[in-house]
Design a protein around this ligand. Sequence first.
Ligand code: NDP
Length: 308
Amino acid sequence: MKENERTEIKVSYDPSTGRVSLPPVSVIGLGMMGSALAQTFLKEGHQTTVWNRTPGKADALMKQGAKIASKVNEAIAASPIVVICVLDYGAVHEILEEAGEILAGRAIVNLTNGTPAQARRTAAWVTGRGAEYLDGGIMAVPQMIGNSGALVLYSGSEKVFQTYHPTLKGLGALNFLGEDPGLAPLYDLALLSAMYGMFGGFFHATAMIRSEQIPAEAFTELVVPWLQAMSASLPLMAQAVDTGDHRTNVSSLYINQTGFVNFIDACREQGISTELMTPIQGLINRGVAEGYGTDGLSRLVELIRKPV
Ligand code: NDP
């Protein structure tokens, strides 16, 4: 087999025995997430080779049957599919640059968190060395990997995604977003911003409640259903964004502007910080100042897209 034919390796299924022969997998990076990935590949029955910059982190995996590579090149050479999950893209490049020619013909699946531009640059760099590149965004904590709640977003080489679908689906639900390698990190970071926005709202609301010594846990009985009810309005807001028609019969920016004054005053009266809320007030005020007072809150998406 020629070097550049390695990504053609398919998972084979023997109908007479009902057994699937899984390809060997190499995992680079054994932090909390990389270890969970390697452990899942082992559980799924893959021959799994692992490498980590600092030795010693592979001991538990070795007991579960992992092969330990002493050098990164040894790990990359061991498998047609190489999954990388390290701190950041700087680390990814340090590792791949050391690998050199051994990369050619392999499928590199990078599950390290980064930006769309970093993913696109890394894809160009990897494919320039004769390998295939698939980027991924893990929407889960390590304990969820291999369970039904985990989701991994992918973009980049569809050939790699299709070829190794049976391997990748062991990690959790998967979603291929397109051939642009920047899409997985874009969606990943967009979903994380939605999560931080929700957490931020909860943190602020809880600080308000705690200013009167009300137990936070009891408050969740109100705040959880409230957030669930409010999330039902997201598809309508999304429709307004897609059509550009932000007219509302629910709640205008004018009304929200007035409500926010009370809101910020109440925080000051209760002696709590307004740091999380004043950026939203600033956007609402800008929307009104730019002439969008009668529009609904969905107008804020357009303002965020045009920073001043
Ligand atoms: P950890 O801090 O537990 O592990 C970091 C890993 O990166 C270690 O294996 C570390 O090696 C390695 N590393 C750091 N710098 C270098 C370098 N210069 N060269 C080689 N290896 C290096 O992080 P996680 O495992 O939690 O996270 C890994 C990635 O997964 C991150 O991009 C993170 O954002 C993403 N992720 C993590 C989630 C989580 O809940 N943990 C959730 C979703 C995504 P060493 O042991 O030698 O320090």
